[in-house]
Design a protein around this ligand. Structure first.
Ligand code: NAD
Length: 548
């Protein structure tokens, strides 16, 4: 899908303004919403109206000259990416403007649609990279949750400080070739290892435009608690590339994955850090990752990733494990709260790996799936949707958009549909202080990581919603990933029945321990589950001691 970018062009020469407008319209990769101003004062007024992603700025205007123009724009919008538009004889001035904080400059008469689009794209990327690496909503949420749990459990403050930030972070920028051979794209990639105390680190790889250091660190921290809660011998890790994978061809995705793998190759390995799929990545991506790693080592190393195709050493049941595990836990929560899943109603946000299998297993339990959604749309049918028909449609059309056996709803509306089980299985930050009051379900089953804010948690707990928190709810994925790693490193082959029975036993044990702690100590289930994990990690850290 093409990006949609809102551009403010501040340029007084009508011929140059027209030229830039034409170049923006010609772009094949982005859609630009163009605002124009021929004076600085008008431009600054537009900026204060908000909703601008990037400014294209001529420094010589009727009401402002040279670097003062830049200073005034930066004073009005300090975080705004700015690309200077210059003429050939003003290049020195434009270069100075870059030194003063503009992201790039372009010579108006020498530029074409592709260079202009790329310059805008990179200006936005660079600004994000400079300003927002740690400052992600998700990282703040993960830290707040951890601080709340650690205060309540009276965690040793030395351990608390150590665990608040990841142990190792690795940021790379790397190029990959687009299908158009002479076009090379440079992107940011990350691999974060939160805790190396427990064994190798473990965690997925996400391809998404929101990926930054903070987001990946939040996900790595949650992996630490999740693995410890499940008693798995891993610390948490996570990786990602800031890119929209839906805009890539399969060959581009392969080149991106292979190059990203070689950039992080020194810090991954079956004894070091074992990636797996997450949003925007799948079995095929894991196969390329494993192949790239193995090529470098000179022999096949299946244990370097989990979530691979079965034929390459993947585990039976891994593809569906997160959704299957979530539904095992929904069954336990239904038993606990006295809800009969047979005939109950369910709504699932996200129809990727986790969402689609969650919908499938809920339907197998006799629940009526009222609504599902993906990035393109939501589909609602009060009489129930056929999950198989949705699978068939998505297999053919990639997205849910255009599916006709129901009404269209937005992702926001979908969350507010009255149902027994609501399963957010797409993005973080979906249930917030703003909409928590209107959430109308009995069990909130978190397939996604971080879908609920702390403020929303309080509202939901107050309303008596049974919240199955992410660290518990979606832990089926990493649990079967652990089985896959054990099978790869020990050359075992387990049957699907063995996998599912072991998965069920591990999840139920964690569920019962969390419920017991929540009941006996008066915590909500999220806090109780986090404390279960944090306590195990703390014991291990104290036993190992501080080096040297
Ligand atoms: P996926 O890429 O397979 O699917 C993501 C789904 O979310 C897609 O249907 C996509 O269209 C949809 N989506 C994307 N943006 C959206 C938006 N703005 N609004 C609504 N829907 C949107 O990813 P996945 O592996 O299913 O992961 C989903 C969530 O589950 C993530 O939070 C991930 O961290 C978590 N998770 C995944 C696993 C796993 O094993 N894959 C394990 C544990 C947790």
């Amino acid at each position: 899908m093409a990006d949609r970018i809102s551009v403010l062009l501040i340029e007084d020469n009508p011929i140059h303004a027209r030229l830039i407008q034409n170049l923006l319209e010609e772009s094949t990769t982005s859609v630009f919403d163009l605002n124009s101003a021929d004076r600085l004062s008008t431009g600054i007024e537009r900026l204060s109206g908000g909703n601008i992603d990037v400014v294209l700025l001529d420094l010589v205007l009727p009401d402002s000259q040279e670097l003062e123009t830049l200073e005034r724009v930066r004073a009005a919008a300090p975080e705004m990416p700015i690309v200077i538009l210059t003429s050939l004889d003003d290049v020195t001035l434009a270069a100075k403007a870059v030194e003063e904080g503009a992201q790039d400059f372009l010579i108006k008469t020498e530029t074409n649609s592709r260079t202009l689009t790329r310059s805008i794209h990179y200006a936005i990327e660079r600004t994000r990279a400079r300003k927002e690496e740690w400052d992600a909503t998700m990282f703040r949420l993960a830290q707040q949750q951890f601080l709340k749990a650690s205060q309540l459990m009276g965690l040793d403050v030395n351990v608390q400080e150590r665990l608040l930030f990841p142990q190792r972070t690795h940021i790379v920028t790397f190029p990959f070739r687009r299908d158009e051979y002479n076009q090379v794209e440079t992107v940011f990639g990350y691999r974060v290892q939160h805790l190396l105390t427990m064994g190798p680190t473990k965690g997925g790889i996400r391809y998404h435009t929101d990926v930054n250091l903070g987001e990946v660190s939040a996900l790595a921290m949650w992996m630490t608690w999740k693995c410890a809660l499940m008693n798995l011998p891993f610390g948490g890790a996570k990786g990602g590339v800031r890119i929209d994978p839906t805009g890539l061809s399969r060959r581009e995705l392969q080149r991106l994955t292979r190059r990203y793998t070689s950039e992080i190759i020194d810090i991954i390995g079956p004894d070091k850090d074992i990636p797996a799929p997450d949003m925007g990545t799948d079995e095929q991506v894991m196969a390329w990752l494993m192949d790239t790693y193995s090529q470098q080592k000179g022999y096949t190393v299946p244990g370097v990733v989990t979530g691979k195709p079965v034929v390459l050493g993947g585990s039976l049941g891994r593809r569906e494990a997160t959704g299957r595990g979530l539904v095992y836990l929904v069954e336990a929560a239904a038993d606990h709260t006295g809800l009969d899943l047979n005939g109950a109603t369910a709504v699932v946000q996200g129809f990727g790996n986790v969402g689609s299998s969650t919908a499938k297993f809920l339907e197998e339990d006799g629940a009526k799936v009222l609504a599902v959604s993906d990035v393109t749309t939501g589909i609602y049918n009060p009489n129930g949707l056929s999950v198989q028909a949705l699978f068939d449609y998505v297999a053919e059309n990639r997205f849910l958009e255009g599916y006709t056996e129901g009404d269209t709803v937005t992702n926001e509306e979908l969350l507010e549909i009255e149902c027994d089980v609501l399963a957010p299985c797409a993005l973080q930050n979906q249930i917030t202080g703003e909409n928590a009051d209107r959430i109308n379900c009995k069990i909130l089953a978190e397939g996604a990581n971080g879908p609920t804010t702390l403020e929303a948690d309080e509202v939901l707990n107050g309303k008596g919603v049974f919240v199955l928190p992410d660290v518990l709810g979606n832990a089926g994925g990493v649990t079967v990933s652990y089985f896959e790693w054990v099978q790869d490193t020990q050359n075992y082959m387990w049957t699907l029945k063995e996998i599912n029975e072991r998965l069920h036993a591990i999840l139920l044990d964690a569920f019962e321990r969390s419920i017991k702690r929540a009941t006996s100590e008066g915590y909500d289930l999220r806090t109780a589950a986090l404390i279960e994990g944090i306590q195990r990690v703390t014991q291990a850290k104290l036993l190992r001691g501080v080096f040297p």
